[in-house]
Design a protein around this ligand. Structure first.
Ligand code: DP6
Length: 345
C-alpha cells in the first residue's frame, strides 16, 4: 500500500543535495472550485473520484515561513498566534505532513539532512478567515510545500509540488498556479498522475466577490462531510457524470469567454453539491439563514438584469462571479462584498 511518506520519499529521491538556507518563505493563492472536488478514491493520498476546476483568488492566500529549529516539538503559528493545542485540525494536519518528511530520513544526504529528529517552525499568515469554507487549507499547504522547496533548495517542478500539497489537502494541489487550474484525478494507485494543470486562458475581466456571511469555523470539516456524503448519499453515484458534463461546459465557456455559460454552470455545480450533501445521512447543511437570504438576493439581482452568479463550498459563505463591466452596479447591490481580481497578484 502507498503511504504519504513513501510518495514524499519518491518525489525527493532524485533531488540533489543542496545547502539548506536559514528559512524558506512563499505565498500561495487560495483557490475556489468552479467544479467541485467531492469524494476520494484514496483517503490517505487524497486521490479524487473526479477531476475538478478552480480559479485562484489573486492576492488572497497564505504566506508561510518555515525554518528548522532546535526544539522538542514543531512550532506552528497562524496569523501571529503560536498554536499550542495539538488537537487543532490545522496543527494536526501540518504535523502529520511534516512527519512524512521526517520519515524520509535522508540523513545520508550531505547537506540537506531531514531526520526523524528534525523539528520545524511554521509561521503562516492568511488574509482569509480560517476554516470558514474559504479554501484556507488549500493555500496553506501549497504555501507550505513552496516554502519547504525554498528552504531545502529542492527546485521541484510545480507538478511535484502539486502532488506534495495534495497529500496535505486535496484542493491544495490547485493552488500552485494563478488563474484557472484543473486537477487531473489520475488513474494510478500511487497518485503520481494526480495533480493540478494550469489552463492557458486568462480572463482579466472576470471578477470574484467574497461575501463573508459568517466568519466562524464551520461545525463539520469538508473532509468529514465528503466521507459521509460518499458513504451514505443514495445519489453519489450520479456525481461523476454530472462533473464530467460541468467540466466540459466550464472549459468551453472559458475558451469562448462566455460568462453566462460559466456562471450558470458553476452555480448549478455548487447547488448540486449542496443537494448531494443534504441527501447524506445524517444530512449535512452548511447554509445558514443568511446564506439563503443572500442566494435569494443574488437571484433577485439577476432578475433585474444583473449578470452575477455564486458558488458555495463547505461553509455558509458565498463567492460571487461577475464581469468588471458590471462592477459598479454589483458594489451598489452588494456593499458588503470584498472584490477580488484573480489575475492581480
Ligand atoms: C468543497 O481539499 O479541504 O472546497 O482533501 O480532505 O483536505 P481534503 O478536502 P479539501 O476539500 C475541498 C472541498 C471543496 C471543493 C473544492 O475545493 O474542490
Amino acid at each position: 500500500m502507498n503511504s504519504s511518506a513513501s510518495i514524499v520519499k519518491t518525489i525527493l529521491a532524485d533531488r540533489h543535495p543542496h545547502p539548506r538556507i536559514e528559512k524558506g518563505v512563499a505565498f500561495a493563492p487560495a483557490n475556489i472550485a468552479l467544479c467541485k472536488y467531492w469524494g476520494k478514491r484514496d483517503t490517505v493520498l487524497n486521490l479524487p473520484v473526479t477531476n475538478s476546476l478552480s480559479l485562484s483568488m489573486g492576492q488572497y492566500g497564505a504566506t508561510t515561513e518555515i525554518a528548522c529549529i532546535n526544539q522538542p516539538l514543531d512550532q506552528i503559528s497562524l496569523n501571529g498566534v503560536l498554536l499550542l493545542d495539538n488537537n487543532l485540525p490545522f496543527v494536526k494536519r501540518i504535523r502529520s505532513f511534516l512527519d512524512c518528511l521526517r520519515m524520509t530520513d535522508n540523513r545520508h544526504a550531505q547537506s540537506t539532512p531531514i531526520t526523524t529528529d528534525t523539528r520545524f517552525s511554521v509561521k503562516t499568515q492568511m488574509n482569509l478567515p480560517v476554516g470558514a469554507g474559504l479554501a484556507s487549507s488549500s493555500c496553506g499547504f501549497a504555501a507550505l510545500v513552496k516554502a519547504l522547496d525554498v528552504l531545502f533548495g529542492w527546485q521541484l517542478p510545480l507538478k511535484a509540488l502539486s502532488i506534495l500539497a495534495r497529500l496535505g489537502s486535496g484542493s491544495a494541489c490547485r493552488s500552485l498556479w494563478t488563474g484557472f487550474v484543473e486537477w487531473e484525478k489520475g488513474e494510478r494507485s500511487d497518485g503520481m498522475d494526480s495533480y493540478g494543470v494550469a489552463l492557458p486562458e486568462e480572463w482579466p475581466g472576470l471578477k470574484m466577490g467574497l461575501w463573508i456571511l459568517d466568519p466562524n469555523p464551520k461545525p463539520l470539516s469538508s473532509r468529514e462531510a465528503m466521507l459521509r456524503t460518499v458513504g451514505t448519499s443514495p445519489f453519489y453515484s450520479a456525481w461523476s457524470s454530472l462533473v464530467e458534463g460541468d467540466l466540459k461546459a466550464l472549459k468551453s465557456a472559458i475558451a469562448l469567454k462566455d460568462f453566462e455559460q460559466l456562471g450558470a454552470t458553476l452555480e448549478a455545480n455548487a447547488c448540486s453539491l449542496h443537494g448531494l450533501m443534504m441527501s447524506a445521512r445524517p444530512p449535512i447543511l452548511y447554509s445558514t439563514d443568511r446564506t439563503l437570504k443572500a442566494i435569494h438576493q443574488i437571484r433577485e439581482a439577476r432578475k433585474q438584469g444583473l449578470s452575477i452568479y455564486f458558488t458555495q463550498d463547505a461553509g455558509p459563505n458565498l463567492k460571487l462571479f461577475f464581469l468588471d463591466s458590471s462592477q459598479a452596479k454589483i458594489e451598489e447591490y452588494f456593499p458588503d462584498i470584498h472584490i477580488i481580481s484573480p489575475w492581480e497578484v
